[in-house]
Write a protein that binds this ligand. Structure first.
Ligand SMILES: Cc1ncc(COP(=O)(O)O)c(C=O)c1O
Length: 409
């Protein structure tokens, strides 16, 4: 039925497709289906008891404050805590640089609202985080894409794209969503150097940085930028806006994340956020603070690393066993995803139905390409399913892939 609304939609809605991932997530409801499609953390590691106790404490000790409107910037003790934690990772900032958001997804939307005019060029990795494209498409940018390889964003095409004067660079340096690859230290430094040379600021999106299962922690781009600018003295200069979230370290359902930005930018973001939701849930911020304080967050992250690291290993081993020749995949050192490349000619969108028919799901890789492409790729999540399901799901997927490869021979 036609409603009086459709032909009144704003022009920008033309660019707003519904998320392929959201649609696919519906399939996780099919009984017996093993889904590697969503970006879901493992429900078995959610700190339910800690949240229960924290709710109790917050409601009995500061109940009326928790149920009241709060400031747009966010709950100050939580912002202080985030600033302190950030300093540990070499990001020297204070609470005045921290904006709490309702998930990093809102942070991306607010940055779009703040920075993107129709036709502005935004430089993104290819492939990149689908949620960022979705958030920004409504603001009608043009994308400049820079391909990535196993070491992250490639520097020669980056420099070529920078010559086209993008408004900002969007980069996911750690265990990138969707590919799982990590930007090497050499490339991080080069990125900072090139961004400085061409005068283009950077948005660094880092939801997974703490979920490292092997190798050394690498410094955030934000820190490298400060070092570069200040000749060794680390002090937040503001050339890089940094995003992170509690979704992967505590729970995504609380919708809590943060932006690190210069204080002047935070006051502008505050204006944008007031128009969106006034502020992020006071209750959730206070409960999360109660859960996270006193060292629990660090302890919990160690548990998550163990569980996810093991699941990643199970998936990699199962792929060796069940995937046919001609298929390659990334070996992420952390995070929640890995990326599979099938022989040219196979279309993972078309293959999807066949996979679902034998009850296994993935995300077709093309969804993560701002300008199309990647038809023979797919993203697999290894954090959500338990090890037995991972083994079984990869065996099923191997079967579908083999059949597809046979069919194109
Ligand atoms: C790269 C990236 N940015 C942002 C988000 C959004 O996270 P949040 O749950 O904080 O909205 C995700 C979630 O998967 C992500 O992978």
């Amino acid at each position: 039925m036609r409603t009086p609304w459709e032909y009144r939609y704003a022009r920008r809605t033309k660019n707003m497709g519904s998320s392929a991932i959201r649609e696919l997530l519906k399939l996780t409801q099919i009984p017996g289906l093993i889904s590697f499609a969503g970006g879901l953390p493992a429900p078995d590691v959610f700190p339910v008891e800690e949240f229960k106790n924290a709710c109790d404490i917050v409601l009995s000790e500061v109940g009326s404050q928790a149920l009241q409107y709060g400031t747009t910037e966010g709950y100050l003790p939580l912002r202080d805590m985030i600033a302190r934690h950030s300093c540990r990772y070499g990001i020297k900032v204070g609470a005045e640089n921290i904006q709490i958001t309702s998930g990093s997804q809102q942070a991306l939307d607010l940055l779009g609202k703040l920075l993107i005019n129709p036709g502005d060029r935004i430089l993104v990795e290819e492939p990149t985080y689908l949620g960022a494209l979705q958030a920004w498409n409504a603001y009608e940018p043009d994308y400049l894409t820079v391909p990535i390889d196993e070491f992250g964003m490639q520097m020669t095409p980056l420099e070529a794209a920078l010559r086209a004067s993008p408004k900002f660079i969007y980069v996911l340096p750690n265990f990138q969503n969707p590919t799982g690859v990590t930007l090497t230290i050499e490339r991080r430094k080069k990125l900072v150097e090139l961004a400085d040379h061409y005068g283009v600021p950077i948005v660094e999106d880092d939801p997974y940085g703490q979920l490292r299962y092997e190798g050394e922690h690498l410094p955030p781009i934000l820190m490298l930028d400060d070092r570069f600018q200040k000749n060794g003295e680390v002090n937040y200069r503001g050339n890089v806006i940094y995003l992170s979230t509690f979704s992967k370290t505590l729970a995504p359902g609380i919708r809590l994340a943060w932006i690190v930005a210069p204080a002047e930018v935070i006051s502008k973001i505050v204006q944008g956020k007031q128009g969106a939701d006034l502020h992020t849930s006071t209750f959730n911020q206070m409960v999360a603070f109660e859960v996270a304080k006193g060292g629990f967050l660090d302890k919990h992250v160690r548990t998550i690393r163990k569980v996810y690291g093991y699941r990643r290993n199970v998936m990699l081993k199962a792929m060796e066993k069940y995937f046919p020749e001609g298929v390659s995949w990334t070996h992420p050192m952390g995070g929640m995803f890995l990326w599979v490349t099938l022989p040219e000619g196979i279309n993972t969108v078309e293959m999807f139905e066949k996979a679902v028919a034998i009850k296994v799901a993935y995300v077709p890789g093309t969804s993560f390409f701002a300008k199309g492409g990647g038809l023979n790729t797919m993203r697999l999540n290894f954090s959500n399913a338990n090890p037995e399901m991972i083994e079984e799901g990869i065996a099923r997927l191997g079967k579908v892939i083999k059949e597809e490869i046979e069919a194109i021979k």
